[in-house]
Design a protein around this ligand. Structure first.
Ligand SMILES: NC(=O)c1ccc[n+]([C@@H]2O[C@H](COP(=O)([O-])OP(=O)(O)OC[C@H]3O[C@@H](n4cnc5c(N)ncnc54)[C@H](O)[C@@H]3O)[C@@H](O)[C@H]2O)c1
Length: 280
């Protein structure tokens, strides 16, 4: 798989694009908002310049990486790709609508991967003309650095599709884990309820945000505190994942913290809106 399209030029889409281009893949990054394409191309340029100044890549590498990245606002640009990875927001209606649109665009061999953090791969697969070619490929944030990719097989995903993406993940030097199609997969099923609990601790006035983050960093050896991490992931994404876990497992332990919901209502989404738990 040499030609890949990423749909959604947000934090994940931009990061995956940069990482793939750094690993010799031709990537087309697609977003329906020109402004978000500009933001993503600026973020990629800045990140590459930082790597250059630290001598992690050469001038020649930088030119090659940038040459392998193409930007587009037209969904039709992904028609001839080997692999399409969608990284649009964690909202089921938006993702379903996108899969329906892709039916009329993609050829008969393109594999469709979703970077969803919690939604059902099987359900998304039913919207595509060939569910055997739909799979979950869950990259982590920041995609340029985090080594893990969860590979999630939907009920109808074929072995051929699993084999192709597994060898692709190996070729780009990421570490795969294979997970059943259950909400949150491995990492978010464990991580996001922990973040949600940190919002309950804050809401109950048990400690300040700084104290909660300091306690978890120094007391459980985590590199970032849970609230700092929530700002990094995006509070809207955290809330969507908690809601999906709550609906799908039907257990009270997954109920979203009211304070998390309140922050999302206030558009305090974290780093991406420059204000979340902390101000940036
Ligand atoms: N943020 C994280 O830490 C993280 C980590 C792993 C996985 N994910 C998952 O990755 C996905 C994207 O998350 P994000 O944080 O990058 O989101 P984001 O909000 O930063 O970016 C989403 C982008 O998608 C674009 N978009 C929306 N609908 C579109 C459409 N129909 N066609 C083209 N572009 C469209 C938006 O304009 C936006 O630029 C979600 O499913 C999320 O759960 C996020």
């Amino acid at each position: 798989m040499q030609d890949v399209a990423i749909i959604g030029a947000g934090q994940m889409g931009a990061g995956i694009t940069q990482y793939l281009a750094m690993n010799n893949i031709n990537v087309t990054l697609i977003d329906y908002k020109e402004s978000n394409i500009k933001r993503a191309s600026g973020a990629i340029r800045n990140s590459l310049n930082r790597l250059l100044s630290k001598e992690k890549i050469s001038e020649l590498d930088l030119v090659g990486i940038q040459d392998r990245i193409h930007y587009s606002t037209a969904l039709s640009s992904c028609s001839e790709m080997d692999l399409v990875i969608e990284a649009i927001p964690e909202e089921i209606e938006k993702k379903e609508q996108l899969l329906i649109e892709l039916n009329g665009i993609l050829n008969e061999h393109t594999i469709v991967a979703t970077n969803t953090s919690s939604l059902s791969i099987t359900k998304l697969g039913t919207l595509f003309k060939d569910p055997t070619r739909v799979i979950g490929l869950h990259f982590f944030n920041p995609a340029v650095i985090m080594p893990l990719v969860e590979i999630i097989r939907g009920l109808e995903t074929s072995k051929e599709t699993v084999d192709k993406v597994t060898s692709f993940i190996g070729n780009i030097n990421k570490e795969p884990v294979f997970v059943q199609d259950r909400s949150g997969f491995i990492v978010n099923r464990i991580l996001i309820p922990m973040i949600n609990e940190a919002f309950f601790v804050l809401q109950d006035g048990i400690a300040t945000a700084e104290e909660i983050d300091k306690a978890m960093k120094l007391g459980s050896n985590q590199p970032m505190g849970p609230l700092e991490l929530a700002d990094f992931i995006g509070l809207d994404t955290c809330l969507s994942i908690m809601e999906t876990l709550h609906i799908n497992f039907g257990e009270d332990k997954y109920r979203p913290a009211p304070l998390l919901r309140k922050y999302v209502e206030a558009n305090r989404l974290g780093r991406k809106t420059k204000k979340g738990i902390y101000t940036y």
